[in-house]
Ligand binder design. Structure first.
Ligand code: FE2
Ligand code: FE2
Length: 366
């Protein structure tokens, strides 16, 4: 038997969470659409070991060509373009493992929140569904960990993602857990997985994202269908509080990708690969005007405007009041030409949620 210890060197034991456990003595179905989703989840189970071809080596050229969107157009700098193919691969590999590690850590958070939901939600169908999601998330942790180990090594969690997971795990309010996880984190995941799945030609990664993405489309549907049922039962004050919780969670993501902590860790790993990061940054600074122009023209809506906000609106959690708060932040990030100069214009700019998110996941990017 291999060495066994109750405490692992990498565990982080200090987060106390609040959660009320709800027993239900009526075992019949009350929320039909959630029961249907539960059956669908059972039918769609897959096994990572059996269904994916893990023997296949990672296609370096295809992975290196995958745009990873770290919020900084570093690859267009003349410094980057002067590097050897070997060095570029070393940097790309690290960049991919940073991005995928954050998917992985998010999956661990989802695993734990889904398990909390089994305890905390007050409807049998919702408990059953959360049980299937718990299984799905375990599988997602398994596949991302395995892919990253094949590629490089697991990198640390971005501080803003950690904060978002913490606040969702910590809250004692099950509807806030639902909104934090099923709407904000799952919305972010679904949007990002779709984008990466579309943009990569690396076969194993594309396959993983297809399998995982289908599960995430269902998780997001659970959030929408359940929250949309619950919101009309809340008092005005409770609804406002929930909207503000969603706002804080979503804002933690905006601009977070290039947050100082995350960039510092990535730059450190690039320095270990032998490049002069000070010179790289200085070069990006010198070529700033050109780079921002190139970046602006290709700008997509991003996960919050493109997916989380449409979901909140659909669930009845995007009042004019909170839309005003979102507009203010997004105006600072993207400018009024993009998001509109009034809240009304901003509301019109937010797209509708796709009717069928599972089909949308597999469709081409707009
Ligand atoms: Fe997941
Ligand atoms: Fe999920």
């Amino acid at each position: 038997m291999s060495q066994f210890d109750i405490n692992s060197a990498t565990q982080e034991p200090d987060l106390s969470t609040a959660m009320k456990v709800v027993y239900l003595w009526n075992y019949g179905s009350e929320v039909e659409e959630l029961r249907r989703l539960y059956v669908k989840a059972l039918e769609a189970q897959w096994i990572a070991e059996r269904d994916l071809d893990w023997e296949r080596p990672i296609d370096h050229i295809a992975l290196a060509a995958t745009p990873l969107g770290i919020g900084f157009p570093v690859e267009q700098t003349s410094y980057w373009r002067s590097l050897s193919a070997e060095t570029v691969w070393a940097l790309k590999k690290r960049m991919a493992s940073f991005r995928l590690s954050n998917f992985l850590h998010g999956e661990q958070g989802a695993l734990m929140v889904a398990a909390q939901l089994v305890n905390a939600v007050p409807h049998t169908d919702a408990k059953f569904y959360a049980a299937t999601q718990t299984m799905d998330e375990a599988r997602h942790v398994e596949v991302f960990a395995r892919y990253i180990q094949k590629l490089d090594m697991v990198r640390p969690i971005a501080p803003n993602l950690k904060g978002l997971l913490d606040s969702t795990l910590e809250t004692g309010d099950w509807i806030k857990k639902l909104v934090g996880m099923q709407i904000v984190v799952e919305g972010l995941a679904l949007y990002s997985f779709r984008e990466m799945r579309n943009l990569t030609e690396e076969p194993l990664l594309k396959e993983i994202l297809t399998y995982v993405g289908r599960d995430e489309a269902r998780h997001h549907a659970y959030g929408v269908q359940y929250v949309e049922r619950c919101v009309p039962c809340l008092s005005a004050a409770e609804r406002e509080e929930l909207e503000d919780f969603a706002f804080d969670a979503a804002i933690a993501i905006i601009g977070g990708r290039n947050q100082a902590g995350f960039m510092a860790a990535l730059l450190q790993s690039w320095a270990e690969a032998g490049i002069d990061t000070a010179e790289l940054l200085a070069c990006a600074q010198r070529e700033r005007d050109q780079l921002t122009r190139a970046q602006r023209s290709g700008r997509r809506r991003g996960p919050v405007s493109g997916f989380v906000l449409p979901t909140l609106r659909r669930c009845g959690l995007l009042s004019r009041r909170v839309a005003g708060r979102f507009h203010e932040v997004l105006q600072e990030n993207l400018g009024s030409q993009v998001v509109g100069s009034s809240v009304e214009e901003f509301m019109r700019w937010i797209p509708d949620l796709p009717e069928d998110t599972a089909a949308w996941l597999l469709s081409e990017l707009e």
